[in-house]
Design a binder for this molecule. Structure first.
Ligand code: SF4
Ligand code: SF4
Length: 548
């Protein structure tokens, strides 16, 4: 049997580092549940600018798993109630974002019943069409649980041929162990989710990649794939950031996703192991994504481990529940790619896979930044083959064009450059700042373009109205002139008739010969006028001709 055979070739990417893993802090115990908290703050959107249709109002009672907000764009997933209770407010609040941004959130006061409608398992999904399954995945709000949180339904495109489906169980970032524990404890469900993804995408082959520092997870997955010969298990050497999308595609297939292209352009698709688990829960168990496994770790928490955390759980509730004492530094995500959090009101969203409660000095974040000594260490470790020290210069001095020319948008923000920098320069922070400045400039340009277009459209509309008005005026003027002309001719005709009468009288009273001539001339003149008058009446107006 071909099953579980590790592929012969593992490609290695340029750069990378080997930071202290610190995974043993949290990976020893099984995944646990948390009690219900009194309030949940569910972000409507995690991407700030995207609008969703909100299906609830303040005062409504909601059940666990009820649809709260629906995405219309395909760039974000639907949001559901994490428990049953009452909607107390829908307002802007802090959301998990490195920029400490506020966005619309739905607040639920828990009723502690945790009620939800009965759900019936669906085992026969293979009989359903890919489109039906994709809409189920969308309906249940499944999104990527390993990285940027892209909606999973949008990743599936029935029109595209997928050659290799790569399942990401690498979890290369230090401290984070939620995927490791999920693979150990829920390997069969993950494999079911992978088979579901294979069924929808019609992928020719699938590979699940795991770093060699997770021996129990590798064992569990190998066991679960014994009867699934279409899924290969790929064990990778531990190196950061092998779990990044482009790097993992290269390691697993030898293929590179060209700049500006999408993975499916080269026949590739990637899903995280947690996403596969959520897929199975959505399609087979009819469960919307209302919780995820996250790692709570660091030397500042007395019970580190992995917990099933409901979306919308407030950081303050975790701090209270675990009796975490200050001073402690809190980071959402890992130490390499995460961001520090200072406001405890911030809720956890679908993309928060880890919260580090670091003890003082644990994360080296208090080091003082020194000037660059041009050692080139950052360049040596960059997995995206960029020039980090040059990007630093362009970012610091707002040389936007240069930053773009040096491919700042290819930076995956892995933080490897910051990690090795002997001058303790937080390089990745500068790149994040520069990228958001560039996005802002682009947005302003777009808005200016829209405003210009609107201005041009308005001018065109006003020109058109003026032209129509002028044409109408000219038409009225022409009709007036024609009427005047007709009146004049009528008067002349009357005068001629008067002249005929006068001629007749003259003929009787004076010279009958002259009178006869005058009368004849008057008749001719009258006929001529009558003819012209008839011609004017029957001449169509200019506007009539134009209308025809
Ligand atoms: S590692 Fe730091 S000091 Fe060395 S070149 Fe890069 S930015 Fe400069
Ligand atoms: S953060 Fe960006 S520049 Fe720095 S090593 Fe990673 S990809 Fe390269």
């Amino acid at each position: 049997m071909q099953n579980n055979k590790t592929p012969q070739i593992i490609w290695d990417f340029e750069g990378g580092i080997h930071p202290e893993p610190n995974k043993a802090i949290s990976n020893k115990s099984a995944i646990k549940d948390l009690p219900l908290f009194s309030e949940y703050v569910v972000p409507v959107s995690e991407k700030l600018e995207l609008e969703k249709v909100i299906h609830v109002e303040v005062g409504d009672h909601v059940y666990k798993g009820q649809l709260l907000a629906e995405s219309k764009t395909g760039f974000e997933s639907n949001i559901h109630a994490p428990t049953s209770g009452k909607i107390t407010s829908i307002e802007k609040k802090l959301i998990p974002h490195p920029g400490n941004c506020k966005a619309l959130c739905i607040c639920i006061e828990t009723d502690y019943h945790d009620t939800s409608p009965e759900s019936v398992d669906c085992q026969g999904y293979k009989q359903l069409a890919a489109e039906t399954l994709i809409s189920l995945i969308k309906e249940y709000g499944v999104n990527g649980l390993g990285g940027a949180g892209f909606p999973t339904a949008t990743k599936f495109n029935p029109a595209v041929t997928i050659d290799t489906l790569v399942i990401n169980g690498v979890e290369c970032e230090p401290y984070i162990t939620c995927d490791d524990r999920l693979m150990r404890e829920n390997a069969n469900e993950i494999i079911e989710g992978i088979q579901l993804a294979v069924h929808i995408s019609s992928a020719k082959k699938s590979v699940i990649a795991i770093e060699d520092n997770k021996p129990q997870a590798i064992e569990a997955i190998k066991l679960a794939t014994q009867n699934h010969p279409n899924i290969e298990v790929l064990v990778l050497p531990t190196k950061y950031p092998s779990g990044s999308e482009k790097q993992l595609f290269f390691m697993a297939t030898g293929k590179e996703v060209p700049h500006g292209k999408r993975p499916y352009d080269v026949g590739l698709m990637m899903l995280n192991v947690g996403t596969c688990f959520a897929l199975k829960q959505a399609v087979v168990n009819n469960l919307p994504l209302i919780e995820r496994v996250s790692t709570l770790t660091g030397l500042g928490i007395s019970s580190p481990g992995n917990y099933r955390i409901r979306i919308g759980t407030k950081l303050s509730d975790l701090v209270d529940y675990f009796n975490i004492k200050q001073p402690v530094q809190i980071v959402f995500g890992g130490p390499m790619m995460g961001f520090p959090v200072t406001d405890l009101s911030m809720p956890l969203s679908k993309t928060i896979n880890c919260v580090i409660f670091a003890a003082k000095g644990e994360l080296n974040s208090e080091r003082q930044e020194m000037p660059c000594i041009r050692c080139g260490d950052c360049q040596d470790v960059c997995p995206a083959s960029l020039l980090p020290q040059q990007l630093l210069f362009f970012s610091k001095h707002q040389q936007h064009e240069k930053a773009i020319q040096h491919q700042i948008f290819d930076c995956i923000e892995c933080g490897a450059c910051s990690y090795v920098c002997p001058s303790d320069i937080p390089l990745v922070d500068y790149y994040r700042h520069e990228k958001s400045a560039l996005r802002e400039i682009e947005k302003e340009k777009k808005q200016a373009g829209i405003a210009k277009k609107r201005f041009e459209n308005r001018n065109q509309r006003l020109d058109r109205i003026k032209q129509e008005r002028d044409e109408k005026r000219a038409q009225v003027q022409r009709q007036r002139e024609l009427a005047q002309q007709a009146n004049q001719q009528k008067n002349q005709q009357n005068e001629a008739l008067d002249a005929i009468d006068a001629g007749k009288q003259a003929a009787v009273q004076q010279d009958p010969k002259k009178a006869a001539i005058a009368a004849a001339l008057a008749r001719v003149q009258a006929k001529k006028l009558e003819k012209e008058n008839h011609k004017v009446k029957s001449e169509p107006a200019k506007s009539d001709i134009e209308n025809k």
